[in-house]
Design a protein around this ligand. Structure first.
Ligand code: PLP
Length: 399
């Protein structure tokens, strides 16, 4: 058997042979179970990032594992040239869980966002009657929707765009949380408004109360599709199945990914009405791996775990507790603590990275986002005792 190299040796190997498109914390994880991960030297850490909310169900959840292993032994990939016995069940579960007529499965989140953009554009020409190639999509400043050329074309983060042109036209940026700005940006050629109900990568930015309701009403009044990117905010993270439910709105399309597979496998999807997703004809769009039987079996188990373990309700209850305790911390470096459910941003008055490094030394893994924010997003299976454990470390490092 291969002897496991040390963390140091593995980090050097990674730096030598890999493209440097990330700046990870220097922890080399070998194994995970529930909310805990273990490095190659056997040190144990509480995972407070949960792979950007892809692991809401906890690492290596046994029920998802069973579904994955069972399906691995049967068939993993048929391509959509043929049908498979898992995809229809996955479709039906998504429909029963969310009420949306149709869904379209992809792999990564970015692919699902691209799919929503294509659906919105095609709907706007075929149904709304916008002249060919004139469709506009309104998006928000400080958005994060992924990394493809089209998606970075409407990012407002200079680093995501610079050096990657020519960029895709057809997007208009408005400030997040400003319904009046959305209304003034709408033109007869507006196909859709694409928004994260809470901006995750921007630092857990929660819009003013009523914003999503107003945005939905503006969209409806102008026959514009209201599209929510729930890839990070969805599937229980904020204490509801979807973050948009906090405002009682019903988007025309919802984009999901990340926790859709509980972290086992890239699985994403777009949910929508028959009027919108019905615009796709065979050949319009596709993916070799999208809707494959392994992905569908894994995703069904991952969704079933969310339901059976009532992870959204858990997130609401434990998130409120965690947030309350954090807001009571007395610290010179904390500017603001905000969050919804088990999705909490601690905004500091200085760069957050050194604090994340120190928390790692204390056995807690967090990652800074947008420089000054520590994002806390543990698996939703975390217990109150484990939150107390985390609070002790946070207090030690921040206060
Ligand atoms: C992670 C994320 C994406 C992109 O998903 P990938 O699987 O990384 O392509 C898109 N939108 C939001 C809100 C995300 O958090």
């Amino acid at each position: 058997m291969d002897r496991q190299p040390t963390s140091r040796a593995l980090i050097e190997m990674e730096e030598q042979y890999g493209a440097r498109n990330y700046h990870p914390l220097d922890v080399v994880i070998e194994r995970g179970e529930g909310v805990w991960v273990y490095d190659v030297e056997g040190r144990k850490y509480l995972d407070c990032l949960a792979a950007y909310s892809a692991v809401n169900q906890g690492h290596c959840h046994p029920r998802i594992m069973e579904a994955a292993v069972g399906q691995l032994k049967r068939v993993t990939l048929t391509s959509r040239a043929f049908r498979n016995d898992q995809l229809p069940r996955f479709y039906r579960l998504l429909h029963e869980l969310t009420g949306y007529d149709l869904s379209l499965p992809m792999n990564s989140g970015a692919e699902a966002v691209e799919t929503a953009v294509k659906a919105a554009r095609k709907w706007s020409y075929a149904v709304k009657g916008i002249p060919a190639d004139q469709a506009e999509i309104v998006v928000c400043a400080n958005n994060f929707h992924g990394r493809t050329v089209t998606i970075v074309s409407f990012s407002t983060e200079p680093q995501y765009r610079e050096g990657f042109g020519p960029l895709t036209p057809g997007f208009t940026v408005v400030p997040f949380g400003d319904a009046a700005a959305l209304e003034s940006a709408v033109t007869p050629n507006t196909a859709a408004f694409l928004v994260e109900p809470i901006q995750g990568e921007a630092g857990i930015v929660i819009p003013p109360d009523g914003y999503l309701r107003q945005a939905a009403a503006i969209c409806k009044a102008h026959n514009v599709l209201f599209v929510c990117d729930e890839i990070q905010s969805g599937l229980g993270r904020t204490g509801r199945l979807f973050a948009h439910e906090w405002e009682g709105v019903r988007p025309d399309m919802v984009v999901i990914g990340k926790a859709l597979s509980g972290g086992y496998y890239p699985v994403s999807a777009v949910l929508g009405s028959r009027e919108v997703l019905g615009v796709f004809r065979p050949g319009d769009h596709g993916s070799t791996f999208g809707g494959n039987p392994l992905a569908c079996a894994v995703a069904r188990a991952a969704l079933q775990v969310l339901i059976d373990e009532q992870l959204a309700a858990r997130s609401a209850e434990l998130g409120a507790y965690f947030l309350g305790r954090l807001q009571a911390l007395q610290s010179a470096v904390i500017k603001e603590v905000r969050g919804r459910g088990l999705w909490i941003g601690i905004e500091l008055t200085c760069p957050a990275r050194p604090y994340c490094e120190r928390l790692m030394q204390e056995g807690m893994l967090c990652k800074e986002t947008h420089d000054r924010v520590i994002r806390l997003a543990p698996p939703l299976t975390i217990t109150r005792d484990e939150i107390d454990w985390a609070l002790e470390r946070l207090q030690k490092v921040l206060c």
